[in-house]
Design a protein around this ligand. Structure first.
Ligand SMILES: CC(C)(COP(=O)(O)OP(=O)(O)OC[C@H]1O[C@@H](n2cnc3c(N)ncnc32)[C@H](O)[C@@H]1OP(=O)(O)O)[C@@H](O)C(=O)NCCC(=O)NCCS
Length: 78
């Protein structure tokens, strides 16, 4: 999911079928989504990254994401 609310851009729930992983599909999805978000005016995009999913952090780092050291991620179940 690549979301744009007019002010903020956000990625969540990126998943590639296990049979097709490590073929560049995740990277391509991120690249295409970033292009679309830029066309709409986004200058920065955040991402929800699953801490316990094998390879997830390495994947997001490989496509240029770094830990956000400005914002602490708080959440609440409602
Ligand atoms: C994370 C995920 C979306 C990556 O998709 P993918 O199509 O396999 O990723 P790509 O092939 O585009 O990988 C791009 C780069 O990311 C890194 N990477 C991807 N998977 C990795 C893994 N399991 N371990 C280490 N690095 C990994 C590598 O640097 C890779 O480049 P390389 O293959 O040339 O070494 C996929 O593994 C997935 O669906 N995982 C389960 C769900 C999940 O954790 N989603 C992310 C939640 S935030």
């Amino acid at each position: 999911m690549a979301a744009w609310d007019g002010g903020r851009a956000h990625f969540a729930r990126l998943t590639v079928n296990p049979e097709y992983r490590r073929q560049g599909i995740g990277r391509e999805l991120v690249n295409r989504s970033e292009k679309l978000l830029k066309q709409r005016g986004a200058k920065r995009v955040s991402a929800d990254i699953l801490r316990d999913s094998p390879g997830a952090i390495d994947f997001w780092k490989s496509v240029g994401f770094t830990v956000n050291d400005v914002v602490e991620p708080y959440a609440k179940n409602i």
